[in-house]
Design a protein around this ligand. Structure first.
Ligand SMILES: Cc1cc2nc3c(=O)[nH]c(=O)nc-3n(C[C@H](O)[C@H](O)[C@H](O)COP(=O)(O)OP(=O)(O)OC[C@H]3O[C@@H](n4cnc5c(N)ncnc54)[C@H](O)[C@@H]3O)c2cc1C
Ligand code: FES
Length: 270
């Protein structure tokens, strides 16, 4: 069930240039939230901006009844959110969306995050490790200062590798180079999960299809209502009509039908 509640800001930290980590007291949401779901946030105390902004649930602490969000202040909404004080009440709706689907039979999990796309992946990593999976994480960013969360994944027990476009830290190049490298070396995941820029996701899906590895991607679209009513966030999805044995296309709402989709279902160049 999607709740609309006011929750308290417990802490707020700038963890990178214009990148903020906020901890919220939200026991009702922490209880039900799944990795890959998001919350829809009223960023300021007044009515500007009018529309809420969607942010992924970065970490879920069910015991303490807390959730975390990790976000980059890119425009008015997220800049106003970054200025909210510890102790403020935040008006949020959630948890929203389908979340990632970790298959019980999977033993090896590969998680790939590009830029601020790492945001929903820590909760996924934590849950995968809790379920006894072997987890590798690949993080990509433009430069060293924009690498977020490397240590957090290591503390959980994941093996982490990093790529920067400018070579200022670890592998110089794209995070997809690391994915191709690990497959070449014979580390074959049962599932790949990814979040980040569309060009990165598209390449990851191509790699996963070549290697016959199941892949799920978390998509970002601009959102209005965030609860499936306005159709403002649709994306084109390829499905198979089993009766007629042919491919068909339909539009799905990223907010409630996603944000996670099977990589091979997404129509990228539309
Ligand atoms: C399901 C979902 C989960 C998300 N999770 C996170 C997260 O955990 N952390 C995070 O930093 N961001 C996340 N985003 C993106 C975040 O919602 C946008 O950055 C935010 O809404 C921008 O609002 P703004 O008012 O600050 O900027 P605006 O003034 O609205 O936009 C500033 C710039 O950001 C671009 N932008 C705005 N919204 C989106 C969007 N939805 N997708 C791609 N580009 C956008 C605009 O085109 C513009 O260039 C998520 C988006 C979705 C759909
Ligand atoms: S944002 Fe309204 S239907 Fe998705």
């Amino acid at each position: 069930m999607i709740l609309n509640i006011k929750v308290k800001i417990l802490s707020r930290k700038e963890v990178g240039p214009n990148i903020y980590l906020i901890r919220l007291k939200a026991p009702e949401i922490a209880q039900d939230a799944l990795p890959g779901q998001f919350i829809h946030i009223k960023c300021s105390k007044d009515n500007y901006p009018l529309l809420r902004r969607p942010l992924s649930i970065h970490r879920i602490d069910k015991e303490k009844g807390e959730i975390f969000i990790l976000f980059q202040a890119v425009g008015d909404g997220t800049k106003l959110l970054a200025q909210r004080e510890i102790g403020d009440d935040l008006d949020i709706m959630g948890p929203i969306g389908n979340g990632f689907n970790i298959y019980p039979k999977s033993r090896k999990i590969m998680i790939v995050g590009g830029g601020i796309g790492v945001a929903p992946l820590l909760a996924l990593c934590e849950e995968s490790i809790r379920q006894g999976k072997e987890v590798r994480v690949l993080i990509g960013a433009l430069k060293k200062e924009l690498i977020i969360g490397e240590e957090s994944y290591k503390i959980l027990g994941a093996k982490v590798d990093v790529a920067t476009d400018d070579g200022s830290y670890k592998h110089k190049g794209l995070v997809t180079d690391l994915l191709e490298g690990s497959i070449r070396e014979g580390w074959l995941a049962d599932q790949i999960f990814a979040c980040g820029p569309k060009s990165m996701l598209k390449k990851i899906v191509e790699i996963s299809l070549d290697a016959h590895i199941d892949c799920q991607v978390s998509l970002e679209e601009r959102m209005a209502c965030g609860i499936g009513a306005c159709l403002g966030c649709v994306c084109k999805i390829k499905t198979k009509d089993k009766k007629e044995d042919k491919v068909k296309y339909e539009y799905k709402r990223v907010c409630v039908d996603g944000p996670v989709f099977g990589g091979s279902e997404v129509v990228w160049d539309d």
